[in-house]
Ligand binder design. Structure first.
Ligand code: FPP
Length: 250
């Protein structure tokens, strides 16, 4: 199909998404916030399957930030319970779609039953070779950067590394995202135009796409719009257009 062929042209290898607007979606409908999160989970399901189907290599979803622990206890509890259910329900679908499941963030903050479910899902799907789905949970980028820095400092103190060994590659390898390429495209829903402590190091050269659509309303068409917009970008990585052209001509 011509549409499918165009869709698959110049796809981002790694798509990262800040799923925002569940609360506002619910409020606009006079529903409790949790209903927005519930509808948000349906969107997660749809977007995961669609990304895997069209051939995105890596999909990373910001599902719960380090700062989200400060939300009302009932909302945190509901989100954890949704997450637990999601993992339980989705593992068979991940297996059917050859999806490898991965988590980044501070595992130790999560309730033990949730963390155990995540570990299980990672173990069961570890041999899959299709899309890698990463959930960022209890994730904060500054915390990740500090943790990596402390780890490297310890390695230097213990004589395992010298300061000259600290390259960009080495630093990247001490982050939670060590096994992931940097994102090519970041999508944020719901109209906010900020990064909110997500993948600060990894997003250095990422294309950014913002949409007013709230996460529960994000769908296949909205995904295609974001991908079509990405396709038109010229990624220069600090070079000039002419340099890029002669590099691809050669
Ligand atoms: C932002 O909406 C969304 C979140 C804080 C969490 C995202 C969670 C889900 C989509 C559901 C759980 C995820 C999985 C993978 C099971 P918000 O509450 O900040 O919305 P608002 O800014 O409109 O208040």
């Amino acid at each position: 199909m011509a549409f499918e062929a165009t869709l698959k042209e110049n796809l981002p290898r790694h798509l990262a998404i800040i799923m925002d607007g569940n609360g506002r979606w619910a409020k606009a409908r006079m529903l409790p916030r949790i209903m927005g999160h519930r509808k948000g989970v349906q969107t997660v399901r749809l977007i995961v399957e669609e990304c895997s189907r069209i051939g995105i290599g890596y999909l990373t979803l910001f599902a719960f930030s380090s700062e989200n622990w400060s939300r009302p206890k009932t909302e945190v509890r509901s989100l954890m319970s949704l997450l637990k259910k999601y993992i339980k329900m989705e593992v068979p679908r991940m297996m059917a779609n050859n999806i490898r499941f991965n988590v980044i963030g501070n595992r130790n903050d999560l309730p033990e039953d949730v963390a155990a479910g995540l570990d299980d899902a990672m173990r069961v799907t570890a041999g899959n070779s299709g899309m890698t789905l990463t959930l960022a949970l209890s994730y904060g980028s500054r915390q990740e950067l500090l943790q990596a820095t402390k780890f490297i400092a310890e390695e230097v103190r213990n004589g395992l590394l010298s300061p000259d060994d600290i390259t960009e590659e080495l630093f990247s390898s001490r982050l939670y995202t060590t096994s992931l390429p940097d994102p090519d495209l970041l999508v944020r829903t719901s109209g906010e135009m900020r990064i909110s402590n997500f993948l600060l190091w990894q997003l250095a050269y990422t294309e950014l796409y913002f949409t007013d659509v709230k996460w529960p309303d994000f769908n296949r068409d909205e995904l295609y719009k974001a991908l079509a917009n990405y396709r038109q970008r010229e990624r220069r990585f600090g070079l000039t257009s002419d340099q890029l052209r002669s590099a691809t001509d050669n």
